[in-house]
Design a protein around this ligand. Structure first.
Ligand code: ZN
Length: 251
């Protein structure tokens, strides 16, 4: 059973609000699950952006079953085609089906990252223009519709939390994530075009990238227990971070 099929199965039995936000290059559905209150400001949590980090989709399935104090949407597997490539052919693949790294394809200083390339392949390719890919454009469109108060992106690995872009961010949320997981809040230099970057720069909302699992792990992480410090994270985060807690500040 592929990770895509695992998510599909949860979707088919899900009793609460759910939707398909778009389709991958190969026509697979990109699912979103609603949790918590269906009124008030909402959050978005996204997993499985990078193909080889598909273990985060299993973490998302855990999150879907847990209580949260606010409401929001969980997208377990943004890049289903890539995840299947990683599971079946090329374990270290990060990009989508056509070799574009979705986390370099957002409209936030697109193409300015130090590792960025226009050459398609396993990682770091920016695509032809911002949001050229069906997966990134589906996420951007959905995010604009929901107008979340915060976004969380789950990746592997390294035990780090990124919370800043272009000199602004909200460290409050990073400290909450750090208190629960033991991960370190960090400023990331030379990176651009990510979903978090776009949320901070273009939507002016706090956004976090969480690199789940210790740096000693090897890609792809295949055992959920290797990132068990994240299991109750969403519940803990929203018990401590509300629509009125944060806001972007100059760092
Ligand atoms: Zn990643």
């Amino acid at each position: 059973m592929t990770i895509y099929e695992e998510v599909q199965e949860v979707f088919s039995f899900y009793k609460s609000k759910r939707c398909v936000i778009g389709y991958s290059c190969q026509g697979r559905e990109i699912y979103a699950f609603h949790v918590g209150k269906d009124y008030g400001r909402q959050f978005i949590a996204v997993c499985g952006t990078h193909a080889r980090e598909w273990i985060c989709a299993r973490l998302a399935i855990k999150f879907i079953k847990q209580r949260v104090a606010v409401g929001g949407w969980i997208i377990p597997l943004l890049n289903p085609d890539g995840a299947i490539i990683s599971q079946t052919q090329k374990p270290l693949w990060k990009a989508n089906y056509r070799g574009v790294d979705l986390n370099c394809n957002f409209d936030a200083d697109w193409g300015a990252g130090v590792l960025n390339t226009t050459v398609r392949g396993a990682e770091n390719c920016i695509g032809d223009y911002p949001l050229s890919e069906p997966e990134s454009s589906a996420l951007a469109r959905f995010t604009k519709q929901v107008a979340p108060f915060v976004t969380l992106s789950f990746h592997t690995k390294g035990g780090e939390i990124y919370f800043e872009y272009g000199g602004v961010g909200d460290k409050t949320g990073a400290n909450i994530i750090s208190a629960y997981t033991g991960y370190h809040p960090k400023m990331l230099k030379g990176s651009a075009g990510g979903y978090k970057d776009w949320c901070i720069k273009k939507l002016s909302i706090p956004a976090y990238t969480i690199e789940c699992g210790s740096d000693g792990l090897t890609h792809p992480v295949t055992k959920l227990k290797d990132i068990n410090e994240c299991f109750g994270l969403l519940t803990y985060f929203f018990d401590n971070y509300s629509p009125t807690s944060g806001g972007l500040k100059k760092i």
